[in-house]
Design a protein around this ligand. Structure first.
Ligand SMILES: NC(=O)c1ccc[n+]([C@@H]2O[C@H](COP(=O)([O-])OP(=O)(O)OC[C@H]3O[C@@H](n4cnc5c(N)ncnc54)[C@H](O)[C@@H]3O)[C@@H](O)[C@H]2O)c1
Ligand SMILES: [Zn+2]
Length: 346
C-alpha cells in the first residue's frame, strides 16, 4: 500500500493498494469520531462492492445506511442530491457523521457535494472504483452536479477526509472505462512525467495499478497545491480537454470522455509539432501510446464544427483561449490564443 499526503489546510491522505476495501473501516476509524456512515454508490458498483464495504465499516463499529442510485451521468443532478439529503435526515445524521462515496466520478462528485452542504458541511471519504476517479476526480476537492443541461454547474470545493483506492476493484471495469482512465494517465505523463509516460508503453497500466495511480495522484497533488481553487496552474491538467470537450459534445456523447480527450491530445500534439513547439517525435510518441491503449486519435467531425464548439464553450472567458501545448514529453506550456485562431490548431 502507498500513502500519499495532500498537505492542504484540511490535510488528508490517499491510500492506494490492493484489497483496501476490506480494511476501509479501520482506516476511517483512525480518522473520524463518526457513529454513522451513509454509503453512497450506484447500482452497478454497490452490487459488486457494497457488502464488502458495509462489513468492514460494521466491524469497526460504525452504524451504516446506504443510498444507491442508477449508474450514469444522467443521475448527477440536484434531484439525486435532494433524495440523498432526505435519506441523511431520515438516518438522523449529525455533523460528526460522514458520507462514504463508493464508485466512479459521478458518485464521488455527487456524494462530496451533498456532504459539503448537509448541515453546512460534513466530512466525506472517497473510495474511487474507476481508474479515472482514482487518478482524477477523487483528488483535488472539486465536487458538484450537472445543472440546466451543463456539466458541473453547481458545486463546491470541499476536500475529502481521505481517499481509499482499492486497485482490486478495477478488475471488474468494462474495457471502455479502463481506457478512459488510461487517457488521463497518459495526460499526466505528457504534462509532467516522461518516466511515467514511457513506462506505460512497456508495462500495461493494469499490471501496475498501485504505482501508476500513486504517481498520478502525486502529480495532481502538486498542481492542486499550487492552485487549490482552479484559477491558474491547474490549467495544465486540461491538456487535450479544450478540443476534447468539443469533440465529446459534438459526438453526441458516443465517445467517452477519455476517448474524446485522446482525440484532443492527438490533435494538439500534431499541431504543436507542425508549428515548431515540439519536435516531431513528441507527436509520434503521444499518438502511438494512445493507439496502444486503443484510444482514437482522429475524428470525422469537421474542423469548423469543432472550432465553433470550442469558441462557444462557456468555460472560456472573453476573446482568448488558453491551450496546453506539449514542448516535450513531460513538459507543456500555456499558449494563449485568440478564439478565432482556434481553427489553426485543429
Ligand atoms: N471532481 C473532479 O475533479 C472531476 C474530474 C474528472 C471527472 N469528474 C467527473 O467524473 C465523472 C466521470 O467519472 P467516471 O468515468 O468514473 O464515471 P462513472 O462514475 O459514471 O463510472 C462509469 C461507469 O463505470 C461503472 N463502474 C464504476 N466502477 C466500476 C467497477 N469497479 N467495476 C465495474 N463497473 C464500474 C459505473 O457504474 C458507471 O456505469 C464525470 O461526471 C466527471 O464530470 C470529476
Ligand atoms: Zn478529463
Amino acid at each position: 500500500m502507498q500513502k500519499i499526503n495532500i498537505p492542504l489546510k484540511d490535510s488528508y491522505d490517499c491510500f492506494v493498494g490492493e484489497d483496501l476495501l476490506k480494511i476501509s473501516g479501520e482506516i476511517i476509524k483512525d480518522l473520524s469520531k463518526a457513529e454513522k456512515i451513509m454509503i453512497v454508490s450506484d447500482d452497478v458498483v454497490f452490487s459488486l462492492y457494497g457488502e464488502t464495504l458495509k462489513d468492514s465499516l460494521k466491524k469497526s463499529g460504525f452504524i451504516t445506511d446506504s443510498f444507491v442510485f442508477k449508474n450514469g451521468e444522467k443521475q448527477k443532478n440536484l434531484d439525486t442530491v435532494r433524495n440523498l439529503l432526505s435519506k441523511m435526515i431520515d438516518f438522523n445524521m449529525t455533523r460528526t457523521d460522514i458520507v462514504v462515496a463508493l464508485g466512479g466520478g459521478v458518485v464521488g462528485d455527487l456524494a462530496g457535494f451533498t456532504a459539503s452542504i448537509f448541515k453546512r458541511g460534513i466530512k466525506y471519504v472517497q473510495i474511487p472504483t474507476t481508474l479515472l476517479a482514482a487518478v482524477d476526480s477523487s483528488v483535488g476537492g472539486k465536487t458538484g452536479v450537472d445543472f440546466s443541461g451543463l456539466k458541473n454547474q453547481v458545486g463546491a470545493f470541499c476536500q475529502p477526509l481521505a481517499v481509499i483506492c482499492d486497485t482490486k476493484t478495477f478488475d471488474t471495469l468494462p474495457y471502455k472505462q479502463y481506457i478512459c482512465g488510461a487517457a488521463e494517465v497518459i495526460k499526466y505523463g505528457v504534462i509532467s512525467d516522461s518516466k511515467l509516460f514511457y513506462s506505460l508503453k512497456e508495462t500495461p497500466i493494469k499490471e501496475n495499478y498501485e504505482n501508476i495511480v500513486s504517481t498520478c495522484i502525486k502529480i495532481k497533488r502538486d498542481y492542486v497545491l499550487k492552485d487549490e481553487f482552479d484559477l491558474g496552474d491547474r490549467m495544465f491538467l486540461n491538456f487535450g480537454h479544450t478540443i476534447g470537450h468539443a469533440v465529446e459534445s459534438l459526438a453526441g456523447f458516443s465517445l467517452t470522455h477519455g476517448e474524446s480527450i485522446a482525440v484532443g491530445m492527438a490533435i494538439i500534439s500534431s499541431k504543436a509539432a507542425e508549428k515548431g513547439f515540439c519536435e516531431e517525435y513528441v507527436k509520434t510518441d503521444i499518438i502511438s501510446l494512445l493507439e496502444k491503449y486503443d484510444l482514437p486519435v482522429s475524428t470525422d467531425i469537421k474542423k469548423e464544427k469543432i472550432a465553433e464548439a470550442v469558441s462557444q464553450d462557456k468555460k472560456t472567458k472573453g476573446d482568448t483561449l488558453s491551450l496546453i501545448v506539449p514542448v516535450k514529453i513531460g513538459e507543456c506550456k500555456i499558449e494563449n490564443i485568440k478564439k478565432r485562431e482556434i481553427k489553426d490548431w485543429i
